[in-house]
Design a protein around this ligand. Structure first.
Ligand code: CP
Length: 308
C-alpha cells in the first residue's frame, strides 16, 4: 500500500482498505507498546516534534511510539524559545526541521497549517491537529479503540458535546461511514454538527439521529463518544459561558445504558465526565489514550517505509 513518504493530513486521504491496514499493523505493535517485547524497527530514525499548541497525549504518545521502536525524537520545545519567536515562518521552520529528521509531527492552531507544511517538507508531515481542522491520528486511535473494545461494522454510536468545533468528531464520522455506522448526535443547539457533514453522511446512507439528551441517546448505543466544549475555539468568551456545563455524564445519567456501552473521550476532559464514571465498567477513555501508542507506532513505521 502507498504509505511510504505519505503526508498524513486528514482522513480524506484514506480508503477503507488503508484504514484497515493501519489498524492491523497497530495490533502487531500493541505488545511492543505494552513493553511485552522490544523492537528496533525505527533505530537510526529521528522524529521532528513541532507543537505550536499545548498537548499531553498526542505529543507524548508519538514520542513513546518512537522510543519504544528504538528511534529518537527531536523537539522544537517551547515555541517562545525557538526562532519562531523572532518571526520565522512556518514554511522556513519546516524546511529546516525536515533536514534534521525522517518525519515531522506538527500541531498548529491554524486550520490548514499541516497541508501548508507538507508543501515545504522533504519528509512526511503527520498532522497532530490544525486548529478546528483535522486530527487524523486521533481518529485512527479512536477507530482502534472501537475495534478493540466493541466492534466497527454497523456500530451504533452517540457523539456528544461540541460537535461544531470538535475536529475529532468530524473526522470520526467520516471514517465510520466506511463501516455503516448509525450515528446519534447530542449537543447544545449552538454547537450542533455542521449541516454539510450531516448531508455528506446521509449521502453515504449513514443513519443520523438527533437526540435531546445523553440519557435518551445512550439507551440503544454501544459507544458514547463525549467531547469537551473547547473554550479556546470560541471567538467570544460570553458565547462559551452560555454552553459550558450543559452536558455532563454521571453514574446517574448512565443508569439506562446497555451493559456493553463503552464511553470514549479524546481527553483532556474538564467536567463533562465526572470522576465517579471512571469506576464504572463503561469507562474506556484511559485505554483509548494508551491506544495512541500502537497506532502512532504503526503510522510512523508505515510512512518511514520500514513496514509495508
Ligand atoms: N486527544 C488529544 O489530542 O489530547 P492532547 O491535546 O493532550 O494531545
Amino acid at each position: 500500500m502507498p504509505f511510504e513518504d505519505m503526508h498524513i493530513i486528514s482522513m480524506k486521504e484514506f480508503t477503507r482498505d488503508m484504514i484497515d491496514h493501519v489498524l492491523e499493523v497497530a495490533e502487531e505493535m500493541e505488545p511492543i507498546a505494552r513493553s511485552k517485547s522490544s523492537s528496533d524497527l525505527l533505530k537510526g530514525k529521528v522524529l521532528g516534534v513541532l507543537f505550536f499548541e499545548p498537548s499531553t497525549r498526542t505529543r507524548m504518545s508519538f514520542e513513546a511510539a518512537m522510543m519504544r521502536l528504538g528511534g529518537e525524537v527531536l523537539s522544537l520545545g517551547s515555541v517562545d524559545a525557538s526562532s519562531v519567536a523572532k518571526g520565522e515562518t512556518l514554511a522556513d521552520t519546516i524546511r529546516v526541521v525536515a533536514g534534521y529528521s525522517n518525519a515531522i509531527v506538527l500541531r498548529h492552531p491554524m486550520e490548514g497549517a499541516a497541508r501548508l507544511a507538507s508543501e515545504f517538507s522533504a519528509v512526511p508531515i503527520l498532522n497532530a491537529g490544525d486548529g478546528a481542522g483535522h486530527h487524523p491520528t486521533q481518529t485512527f486511535l479512536d477507530l482502534y479503540t472501537i475495534k478493540r473494545e466493541s466492534h466497527l461494522e454497523g456500530l451504533k454510536i452517540a457523539l456528544a458535546g461540541d460537535l461544531k468545533y470538535g475536529r475529532t468528531v468530524h473526522s470520526l464520522c467520516y471514517a465510520l461511514s466506511f463501516y455503516g455506522a448509525e450515528i446519534t448526535l447530542v449537543s447544545p443547539p449552538e454547537l450542533s454538527m455542521p449541516s454539510e457533514i450531516i448531508e455528506d453522511l446521509k449521502k453515504k446512507n449513514i443513519k443520523v439521529i438527533e437526540a435531546d439528551s445523553i440519557e435518551d441517546a445512550i439507551q440503544d448505543v454501544e459507544v458514547l463518544y463525549m467531547t469537551r466544549i473547547q473554550k479556546e475555539r470560541f471567538p467570544d468568551p460570553a458565547e462559551y459561558q452560555k454552553v459550558a456545563n450543559r452536558l455532563q455524564i454521571t453514574p446517574e445519567v448512565l443508569k439506562n445504558a446497555k451493559e456493553n456501552l463503552r464511553i470514549m473521550h479524546p481527553l483532556p476532559r474538564t467536567n463533562e465526565i465526572t470522576p465517579q464514571v471512571d469506576e464504572t465498567p463503561h469507562a474506556s477513555y484511559f485505554d483509548q489514550s494508551f491506544y495512541g501508542v500502537p497506532i502512532r507506532m504503526a503510522l510512523l513505521c508505515l510512512v518511514m517505509g520500514v513496514f509495508e
